[in-house]
Structure formats: C-alpha cells, structure tokens
Design a protein around this ligand. Structure first.
Ligand SMILES: NC(=O)c1ccc[n+]([C@@H]2O[C@H](COP(=O)([O-])OP(=O)(O)OC[C@H]3O[C@@H](n4cnc5c(N)ncnc54)[C@H](O)[C@@H]3O)[C@@H](O)[C@H]2O)c1
Ligand SMILES: O=P(O)(O)OC[C@H](O)CO
Length: 366
C-alpha cells in the first residue's frame, strides 16, 4: 500500500499540530497552514507550538506557513483540522490550492448549523468531485503529540457517492502514511457512522461533565455513556450508517474518553457549568473550542428532522442553548417514561412522579 509522501495540514491548533507531528515522525514531508505568524515562526525555528501544545517537543522539519499556495500546491493528501464551523471555508480554500487528485480528510467533529451536513458533506458541497474522508476516534491532541499510544479510525466515502478515484484505497493509504510506533490507524468505509460518533459524543460529554460538576457521582455518568451510545447508534442508523460502527474507536472509544476526562474541553465545559459557573465565565472567559455546545443544537435539529428523539442531547440543548436551569433540565430527562432497553421491546410506562417538577434536583445542586 502506497503511503502519501507529501501531507498538507490546515490548522495550527492543538489537533492540527499533533497530526502534523505524527506525519512528520512517520517520515513524510509536511506543510502546515496556520493563521498566526507567531505559530509559524515557533514551529519552524523551535519545533514547538507553545500556544496550543505547551511543553511538547515536536519533530523538526514541519514546514509551517501562512500562505495557502505554499502549503497546499504540492500536497498528495490534505488534512483539514480546524473547528467544525470553519470547515466549509477551509474546504473551499483547499480546493482552490491543492491538486485536484489530492483527497481531503476532515478531522473536525461536528454537524453544520442550518444544513445538518456532516463534515464530509460540507466538503462535498465546497469541493465537488473530491475524494473525501474523516479521521476520528479517542484522541487528546496533547497525548498524541507527546507520542503516547493513540488509535484512530480513518474512514472514506464509497464509490457510490460519485468520487473520482478509488476512495477505499485513500483511507488505507492515509493509514499507511500516518502509522508510527505510537500512532495506529484503523480503516472504515462507514463514513456516516464514524462522523456521527465524533459529533454526538461531544454533546454527551457535556452532559457527563455537568452532572460530574454538580456532584451527582459516577452511576449517572455510566448511565449517560450507555444511553448516549444508544442515541449515537440510532442517529447513525437513521442516516444510513451501520450500528456496529458505534462499537468502534469513533463510537464507544471516543465517547468513553471524552466523557471521563478533564482533558476534554467538552467535559470540562460541562463540569464548570455544573459547578455553577456562568456561561460567559467558563474557562475564565477565554475562547475555547467546545464543539458540543453548538452541536447540541445541530445534532438535535438533525434528529428532529428524522423524527428521532435524543433525550440526552435534548437535555444539553435545553441547558446550553435555551438557558434552562440544570436541575430542571435533568429532572425533565429523568422523568421520561420508563422504557425497554433496547428500545426494540415496545414498552413505555409513565414515570411514577406525576410531573418532572416533582423530581427536585435543584436541592442537590451546588
Ligand atoms: N484537540 C484535540 O484533542 C482534538 C482531537 C480530535 C479532534 N479534534 C477536533 O479538531 C477540530 C479542531 O480542534 P483543535 O483542538 O485543533 O482546536 P484548537 O482551538 O486547538 O485549534 C483550532 C485551529 O483552527 C484555527 N481556526 C479557528 N477558527 C478558524 C476559522 N474560522 N478559519 C480558519 N481557521 C480557524 C485556529 O487558528 C487554530 O489554529 C475540532 O473539531 C475538534 O473537535 C480535536
Ligand atoms: O477536548 P475535546 O472535548 O474537544 O475532545 C478532544 C477529542 O475529540 C477527544 O477524542
């Protein structure tokens, strides 16, 4: 299997830099497109990115630049690693500068507001005819960059989507390109299942963080992870993904990681909200990428469009987008009719509390 020799990375943040480091350590020519001159200079001169990955020594030779033409003109493959809300613009930028046969792999996790498109759906709109894929899975950038063992899923479009080359090969080629002693990719052809896992787990992680911050203990976290996985599976299947994909790295793997660690920005955001910190004071008021905050709305909009109820994601939406008090939102979630697990068994029994207001979690909150 032929690896790509020349890899372009768009995004000089934590995950873009970590993936550039992986590719460089795997022996590839790497060009990284960043927005900030100071980041470019530090990467080039000191092999560091202290703004996003403090204290981590990166490999020498990452060719950082702020010039899209310089970064992309010779690329054999492009990794797009900016926040989900910028993927449309970044795909257009990449299409304007990268060779036509270079596949794009989107490494952001989310769903587009308004359109309900997955990240590769946005890229398909912005860069028609391009071979497209996604890189997802349980990956804290800081660990990957420090060469701690990391496994990912690389997924690619199927030929039926109108791709121009042999797309299944592109995912395998990228896997060969990025494999190192510490970085182990797996390959999937279920792009929908993989991308839904990445987008929804951030919303579930906010729910877990909120309840951890509020001091509700470990039982409820395990419950939310389990029921959250069911929400991921149902949305993936309704959109045409495969149910077994949720048992993979981009499903349960990423869900477990993100729902159980303060290294996660989504979990930490939730934890701070659960501790009673106001929305505008979270992370000390600094702008931090918390994909699940916006995706609570985009995920539930998409589910509603398909007549699918995602109760945990709806609870998070009601807190972060609609401003509902946490105790009230959790009580509403908890008072849902008792149902079978799995849902295939048709049982629905009214909750013994007559109204959700009778379940008083406010008294337990900090
Ligand atoms: N950090 C991780 O551990 C990690 C791991 C896997 C996936 N991801 C995903 O990768 C994506 C990027 O996350 P990150 O952690 O690298 O974020 P980050 O905040 O560390 O970096 C974001 C980068 O994107 C750039 N950027 C921000 N807005 C932009 C815009 N509108 N146009 C162009 N560039 C823009 C910033 O300048 C910065 O270089 C997210 O979707 C995230 O979910 C992150
Ligand atoms: O820090 P988070 O919450 O954005 O999570 C980072 C990665 O997506 C974990 O796989």
């Amino acid at each position: 299997m032929l690896a790509y020799d020349r890899v372009a990375v768009i995004g000089g943040g934590a995950w873009g830099t970590a993936l550039a480091a992986v590719a460089r350590r795997a022996g590839r020519d790497v060009s990284l497109l960043a927005r900030r001159e100071d980041i470019v200079a530090e990467l080039r001169d000191e092999a560091r990115n202290s703004a996003y990955l403090p204290d981590i020594a990166l490999p020498e030779g990452i060719g950082a630049t702020t010039d899209p033409e310089e970064a992309l003109a010779d690329a054999q493959v492009v990794l797009i690693v900016t926040p989900s809300r910028s993927i449309r613009a970044m795909s257009e930028l990449a299409a304007a500068h990268a060779p036509a046969d270079a596949p794009f792999f989107i490494c952001a996790k989310g769903i587009e507001a308004g359109t309900g498109l997955l990240m590769t759906g946005i890229a398909a709109d912005a860069a028609p005819g391009r071979v497209l894929g996604a890189v997802s899975g349980p990956t804290f950038a800081v660990e990957t960059a420090a060469e701690h063992p990391t496994a990912v899923t690389i997924a690619c479009t199927s030929a039926a989507d109108g791709a121009t080359a042999m797309p299944d090969i592109a995912a395998a080629r990228l896997a060969a390109t990025l494999t190192t002693d510490s970085f182990r990719p797996y390959v999937s052809d279920d792009l929908i299942g993989v991308e839904i896992g990445g987008a929804v787990k951030n919303v579930i992680a906010i729910a877990c963080g909120i309840l951890a911050g509020a001091g509700f203990g470990e039982n409820v976290r395990a419950a939310l992870i389990t029921r959250g996985l069911a929400e991921i599976k149902e949305l993936a299947v309704v959109l045409g993904g495969r149910r077994e994909t949720v048992t993979g790295l981009s499903g349960i793997g990423d869900l477990m990681l993100t729902c159980s660690s303060t290294k996660s920005r989504n979990f930490s955001y939730g934890a701070q909200r659960g501790q009673g910190i106001a929305e505008d004071q979270v992370f000390g008021g600094k702008p931090v990428v918390v994909e699940g905050r916006e995706n609570a709305t985009t995920v539930t909009d998409l589910a509603r469009r398909h007549n699918l109820h995602m109760p945990i994601c709806e609870m998070v939406r009601s807190i972060v987008a609609d401003g509902q008090p946490i105790g009230e939102a959790f009580a509403a979630y908890w008072a849902a009719p008792i149902e079978a697990e799995p849902r295939a068994l048709d049982i629905s029994i009214a909750h013994p509390a007559e109204t959700e207001a009778q379940i008083r979690f406010e008294e337990l909150l900090p």
